[in-house]
Design a protein around this ligand. Structure first.
Ligand SMILES: [Zn+2]
Length: 570
């Protein structure tokens, strides 16, 4: 038995995520976690909300509630939606947890002890009216380059010129609009990542099984001037983890917090502590400390490609720099982008389908199947309503749903709702078993390698093989001349339904539950021996005909939804 630690990139607290975010990390991570559990392996699957930083503060201010309350509410919203999509986190934590406070302060203390923290005096814009320092992007003004009036202090989005806040003409606070701004000196802590270059290089070189894409992105950032520059790990904000050196105060850093980029990934570890403290687990160290049993853990991270440099360099710099025996990632599975109907998903413009809206229209399995079978792995992929309709109607309704419906209804009409007892399997059944064995082994290999689309293709082929068998065996004809043979054919087909339920569970878990319940069995044993698996439901075993497994999507629905999601989210 292998032990799998699995994390998905943690979603920012501010707002509900769209389907492109879902398929870029949480959903494939869930697929892998469910598969490993189905194979009998021990899994710890963690995710969390990323709650600190200025965007959360401003969103809370806009909503007129304290930021801590805003985050607590939004965490519940995201947790409920994740549950709706059947994301099977062992724990869904919060980066604002007391556990993460303590652990982040601990790491900062260790990095300071290792000589990897420097104090730097910076000049930053202070807003007297707001009573706070403003991050560059929260200062607005007129672009000196193109005259655009709403340029941000870090960049003009009209002409894309990179700016310093002091470049802006008539600068004002984006928080209050106040022009009463001044430049003040402030002290910050920097993590001297540049001192870690050799150690990070050696670590990346040791990852011979990483995809070239991941390694090349990491190496580019490692060796380019900008990639591994020393980075500030503190901010002048109220909302965040107070700067402390482990358990001790950090003189001169009073009133400051850690920068969100520093504390967010540490939450991967803190979430395991939260899992234990919530009474859901009993030992987090055997997953995260290589001196406490984690050296045989296989740790896989799932994320969008834009997150790769951060997870191959910055977070490992924190871990390696601490000189403590923390578990480092073994494999990074990254994704390209999902586009929406000829353009990009856009959170700011409300373009595309958001997770809550998706579940209002259709159950989770419909979305899970389409998203995973079209996962943006080797290149970007695109959601269109036509493609979604075709995929749901063909794969789920025609291939899988129709098979289940035909077999169970035919059996009920000729043999009753029990597995028929007569007849024996013959050459046709042996041939099917041979084909299924080959396909299931291929499915396992693809799932092990996290080849999401290939896995979906193989699963679809496994469903199709059952349909082809049924079409050729034609028990409805056989029954007229040889009812015993028809009984054996239907017995096999009923067993195929259980086998499909087990194999499909990582992709469409609700359908699996429906099928297992209809087949009246708790036997979720993986079909390592296909012949044996096709005898799992014994002769005379009672079952029931399930409700229609998947409804087809009609053209009118497609058109209606296409219109609804093309514009601005209300
Ligand atoms: Zn400009």
């Amino acid at each position: 038995m292998t032990r799998h630690l699995i994390t998905s990139a943690i979603p920012y607290i501010n707002g509900i995520k769209h389907l492109g975010n879902l398929v870029g990390s949480q959903l494939p991570a869930d697929l892998f976690a469910r598969y490993q559990r189905a194979r009998g392996n021990e899994v710890l699957f963690l995710c969390a909300t990323d709650e600190h930083g200025t965007p959360a503060e401003l969103a809370a201010a806009k909503a007129g509630i304290p930021v801590a309350d805003f985050c607590a509410e939004m965490h519940e919203v995201q947790a409920r939606i994740a549950d709706g999509f059947r994301l099977s986190f062992d724990y869904f934590g919060r980066s604002s947890s007391p556990q993460n406070h303590k652990l982040t302060q601990h790491f900062a203390g260790k990095l300071a002890e290792a000589g990897l923290i420097e104090e730097v005096i910076e000049k930053q814009v202070y807003s007297n009216a707001d009573g706070r320092f403003l991050p560059d992007r929260y200062i607005e003004g007129t672009c000196p380059n193109c005259g655009y009036e709403n340029a941000r202090g870090d960049q003009c989005e009209n002409c894309t010129k990179q700016l310093d806040p002091t470049d802006l003409i008539d600068p004002r606070s984006a928080v209050s609009g106040s022009t009463d701004l001044e430049v003040r000196e402030t002290k910050h802590l920097y993590l001297t990542q540049s001192k870690m270059r050799d150690r990070l290089n050696a670590w990346i070189d040791s990852k011979s099984d990483w995809p070239v894409l991941t390694t090349s992105i990491a190496k580019k950032w490692l060796n380019d001037g900008d990639g591994l520059r020393d980075r500030g790990i503190t901010r002048d904000l109220d909302w965040g983890i107070p700067v402390r050196k482990g358990d001790a105060p950090w003189p001169g850093m009073e009133g400051k917090v850690f920068y969100v980029w520093f504390d967010a990934p540490i939450e991967y570890i803190a979430a395991a502590q939260e899992w234990v403290d919530a009474g859901k687990g009993d030992d987090w160290q055997r997953w995260w400390r290589t001196d406490k049993g984690a050296d045989d853990v296989r740790y896989t991270q799932f994320m969008g490609k834009d997150n790769v440099p951060f997870h191959t360099l910055s977070f490992p710099a924190t871990i390696i720099g601490s000189d403590e025996p923390w578990k480092l990632v073994d494999y990074i599975k990254s994704f390209n982008y999902l586009n929406y109907d000829g353009g990009q998903f856009s959170t700011s413009q409300g373009r595309g389908i958001f997770m809550d809206q998706a579940l209002e229209i259709l159950p989770a399995d419909y979305w899970r199947w389409w998203l995973l079978s079209h996962a943006p792995e080797s290149s970007d992929s695109e959601f269109t309503w036509e493609n979604f309709q075709a995929s749901v109607n063909k794969d789920l309704a025609d291939v899988l749903g129709n098979f289940v419906s035909r077999v169970t209804k035919f059996c009920r009409s000729k043999f009753g709702e029990t597995v028929p007892e007569a007849g024996t399997y013959g050459v046709d059944e042996d041939r099917l078993i041979t084909e299924l064995t080959t396909r299931i082994r291929a499915y396992e290999t693809n799932m092990e390698n996290m080849e999401v689309r290939k896995s979906a293709q193989e699963l679809r082929a496994i469903w199709s093989a059952g349909n082809e068998y049924l079409q050729e065996a034609a028990p409805w004809s056989t029954f007229k001349t040889n009812p015993d043979k028809a009984a054996a054919q239907i017995r096999l087909a009923l067993n195929l339904i259980r086998l499909y339920a087990v194999l499909s569970s990582p992709f469409i878990p609700d359908a699996t539950d429906t099928l297992m319940s209809a087949m009246n069995t708790l036997d979720t044993e993986w079909p390592t021996d296909v012949a044996k698996a096709l005898c799992a439901l014994p002769k005379g075993h009672e079952f029931s005909v399930p409700e229609n497994l998947f409804s087809k999507i009609d053209d009118a629905q497609c058109e209606d939804w296409g219109n609804r999601f093309s514009g601005i989210r209300s």
